[in-house]
Every structure is written in structure tokens, then in C-alpha cells.
Design a protein around this ligand. Structure first.
Ligand SMILES: N[C@@H](CCC(=O)N[C@@H](CS)C(=O)NCC(=O)O)C(=O)O
Length: 218
């Protein structure tokens, strides 16, 4: 086995890589690393991921961190070239969706995830006002709705299925699991439904997070 993925079943950043590997039908060895253990990583793991984060990919002797970088690398090297188009404008569209996810959407969603999902440590303590946090997420969803390709172009983030869809699937799944009303985001809703039904996603996605038993302890 030449391809190894250090990951965890619940890690959204690992899930996106598993999704792409399943789409490309590429065999790999999965090595599980504990979630929420970033301060306690073994020196052997820090040697391949100095940030102590997941996932890490090893392709023969090539070591790569950062999930979106891993998606780009895999698409270029394992037969997924059409999932990361070469034409500058099409590629920019895919990169934009990757950046919106990592730089804008994930930071806004994170406090709500800590709040809603029992799997996240210190969920309640560091969150003050759930309505404010949800409103902030909804603002970001407005933005995503505005830049999503119209359905007629292919039904995915930028039209045809791409690595941007692999990246977004784990996050969209969490948004759906949280039970947020997505009625005012029709493009996003259609996209999420289509994406989360893809056989490669269903095969590779791993377990769901667990919702906390309470809605608002304040
Ligand atoms: N920018 C990094 C973020 C990686 C990241 O934050 N991974 C999470 C899991 S999804 C993690 O390792 N958290 C720390 C931990 O579980 O201890 C990437 O995209 O790979």
C-alpha cells in the first residue's frame, strides 16, 4: 500500500478526503488518530503533521498536510483532473468555494457546532448567544447561496461535480443534521440533497455527530 491517510471517522477534514478517494476509487490505508487530541500528539505524529491536526496524507515518501491541498493533490495525481479544472476561471470558481469554506464559513459555523454537538468538548461554556451565532451562520449561507452555480449548470457548487463538493459535503451534512431551516436557500438545499446522496459520499462518510440533548441551557 503506497497511500496512507491519517484520519478520524468524525473529522470533517478527513471526511472530505475520504469522499474524494471514494469518488476516484483509489485504495488507501486508513490509520486512525484520536480526535480532540491536538495537545497530546505523539512525536511520531508531529513529525508528519507539525500542527498535530488531521488529516495527513502520505503518498510513498511524500507527506502532505491540509485537507484542501490534499484534495488538489489527489485530483491531479490520481485520475481526478476533471474535478479540478485547469481553465483559470473554472479553477478560480472551485478555489473560491474551497476558500469560502475554510476562511469564512467554517469559522462561523464552529461555535454552533460546539454548541449543538455532544462530541465537541467544552461545547456550552464558550458560547454566549446561540441566536447571534446562528444569525452569523445564516449571513454566510446567504453568501454561499448567492455564489452557488445555478442548478441548470450541473447541480453542484460550481456546476459540474468538483473537489469543492468533496470539501463541502461534511459541512453541509452537519448543517442539515443541526436541523437549520434552509428553506430560504433553495440552491443550497438542492445542492445539499444531491451531494449527500452521492454513492461515494454515502460509502465513505462515516458516523454522524451526536446532537446535544438540550436546546438552550441559558
Ligand atoms: N486546515 C486544516 C484543519 C485541520 C483540522 O482542524 N482538523 C481537525 C479535525 S477535522 C483537528 O485535527 N482537530 C484537532 C483535534 O482533533 O485534536 C485542514 O484542512 O486540514
Amino acid at each position: 500500500m503506497t497511500l496512507v491517510l491519517y484520519e478520524a471517522p468524525l473529522s470533517s477534514n478527513a471526511q472530505k478526503v475520504r469522499f474524494l478517494l471514494a469518488e476516484l476509487d483509489v485504495a488507501y490505508e486508513s490509520r486512525e488518530v484520536a480526535m480532540f487530541g491536538v495537545g497530546t500528539r505523539a512525536p511520531e505524529y508531529l513529525a508528519i503533521n507539525p500542527f498535530g491536526l488531521l488529516p495527513t496524507l502520505i503518498d510513498n515518501d511524500f507527506v502532505l498536510q491540509e485537507s484542501n491541498t490534499i484534495l488538489r493533490y489527489l485530483s491531479e495525481t490520481k485520475g481526478g483532473e476533471e474535478l479540478y479544472p485547469r481553465s483559470p476561471k473554472l479553477r478560480a470558481g472551485v478555489d473560491r468555494m474551497l476558500d469560502v469554506l475554510g476562511c469564512t464559513f467554517r469559522p462561523r459555523l464552529a461555535p454552533l457546532e460546539r454548541r449543538r454537538f455532544a462530541n465537541f468538548p467544552n461545547g456550552v461554556r464558550d458560547v454566549e448567544d446561540e441566536r447571534k451565532i446562528e444569525a452569523n451562520v445564516r449571513l454566510a449561507l446567504d453568501g454561499v447561496e448567492a455564489i452557488l452555480a445555478p442548478d441548470v449548470l450541473g447541480g453542484y457548487a460550481t456546476g459540474p461535480f468538483s473537489i469543492a463538493d468533496c470539501a463541502w459535503a461534511p459541512t453541509l451534512r452537519r448543517v442539515v443534521e443541526m436541523g437549520m431551516d434552509l428553506g430560504e436557500f433553495p440552491k443550497l438545499l438542492g445542492w445539499a440533497e444531491r451531494l449527500l446522496e452521492r454513492p461515494a459520499w454515502v460509502r465513505s462518510r462515516g458516523p454522524e455527530l451526536e446532537l446535544r440533548a438540550f436546546a438552550d441551557p441559558h
